[in-house]
Write a protein that binds this ligand. Structure first.
Ligand SMILES: Cc1ncc(COP(=O)(O)O)c(C=O)c1O
Length: 382
């Protein structure tokens, strides 16, 4: 099987698996224990924090380990909302966020907060002007994702962050789950207060991630308890997973740029092939999109049917995002771009990873051509 679903998750790198295994065997102490085993474990965490901080260009104290992207997003948004509700109860976000942001904002609405969900253009990009117009005196948070997980569109994070610098009481959160390791994330330069990162998207272990939290920023913790992670995230640390994530980050530092360039090259090749297939519409913009995601539609065919036809030919892709792909309704993200229902219902996401090759892409294009040519048969199946 050829795996083209790297935005859903990636295969953990063998060296990451080795580090996790070694950490489980060797560093089993509780990092909070005062004896030798505890200190050893604490040291592993310290090293991992340093690796992450160096990669992000921040201080180790600005790195909080969490259980992944969903938790980091919840911790950032609810943490700011609950801490600063005395200042204001308005939040600005976009209509194309991952459910781990979108649904959190919906939940906050039910708690009495008011949320502006900004529209996007046909490429799935929010306008900086719209952000400027939406921010008010009582806006406590702006939350915009870096790379959209369905379309791959890159959002104007640097410009939004630059503009927001004049409003220090309006905090800036970025869901960087799909961009981390693929695109530069300049937390300091861009005035980012909080950023969410998830290890399983870059060949690290599942169930671990990072919340970058600017030094000195107070947020209400989601989890209370033993006071780990500076009191912002209680719970005995998942040390083996954190050690594995640090290994994956080290590998990004060494090979990430080269991998991203190679992915861009493969994606270009993939787009070229797909654009020559009749009835195949590329939804991901050619400019300003991440190096690993291509979203395509086959109007008249149901995405699920295309997905299974490709699976029969040995390729694993996805429809919508992995978390919501069971629902039989058009994607909220694609619909937000103004895409019609038929095109949105026939969309699949191809997401490449460091293990994919040009040969695999070539075979995939041939498979898509074959599936596309069965259009009238597929239509009947719908
Ligand atoms: C943009 C984005 N944010 C958040 C998440 C959730 O991350 P996790 O699976 O680590 O909870 C994902 C996962 O698909 C994502 O793509």
């Amino acid at each position: 099987m050829i795996y083209f679903d790297n935005s859903a998750t990636t295969r953990p790198h063998p060296q990451v698996i080795e580090v996790v295994k070694r950490a489980m065997e060797t560093y089993f102490g509780n990092p909070s224990s005062l004896h030798q085993k505890g200190l050893e474990a604490e040291n592993v965490l310290k090293q991992a924090r340093l690796v992450a901080a160096q990669y992000l260009g921040c201080k180790p104290s600005e790195i909080l380990f969490t259980s992944g992207g969903t938790e980091s997003n919840n911790a950032a948004i609810k943490g700011v909302a609950f801490q600063y509700q005395g200042r204001g109860k308005h939040i600005v976000t976009t209509s194309i966020e991952h459910p781990a942001v979108y649904d959190v904002c919906k939940q906050l609405e039910s708690f009495g907060f008011s949320v502006t969900f900004l529209p996007v253009d046909r490429d799935g990009r929010v306008s900086v002007e719209d952000v400027k117009k939406a921010v008010r005196d009582d806006t406590i948070l702006v939350s915009v994702m870096h790379v959209n997980n369905e379309l791959g569109t890159i959002q104007p994070i640097a410009e939004i962050g630059e503009w927001l610098k004049q409003f220090p009481k309006t905090l800036f959160h970025v869901d960087a789950v799909q961009s981390f390791g693929k695109l530069p994330l300049r937390v300091k330069e861009w005035g980012i207060d909080l950023a969410s990162i998830s290890a399983h998207k870059f060949h690290g272990p599942r169930g671990t991630g990072i919340l970058f939290k600017r030094e000195g920023l107070i947020i209400q913790p989601l989890l209370m308890g033993g006071g780990q992670e500076g009191g912002f995230r209680s719970g005995t640390e998942n040390l083996p997973a954190v050690a594995g994530m640090a290994k994956a980050i080290r590998m990004l530092a060494e090979e990430g740029k080269r991998d991203a360039d190679r992915l861009s090259e493969l994606t270009r090749y993939l787009r070229e092939g797909l654009s020559s297939i009749s009835g195949c519409v590329i939804n991901t913009p050619a400019e300003g999109s991440a190096p690993h995601i291509v979203n395509v539609s086959f109007p008249g065919m149901k995405a699920e049917v295309v997905l299974h036809a490709l699976e029969e030919r040995g390729f694993l892709v996805s429809t919508k995002s992995a978390c919501s792909s069971k629902a039989d309704e058009p994607s909220r993200v694609l619909t937000a771009t103004g895409m019609d229902r038929e095109q949105a219902l026939s969309a699949i996401r191809i997401s490449l990873g460091r293990e994919n090759t040009a040969e695999e892409v070539e075979k995939f294009i041939a498979a898509v051509r074959e599936v596309g040519s069965m259009r009238s048969y597929m239509k009947e199946k719908v």
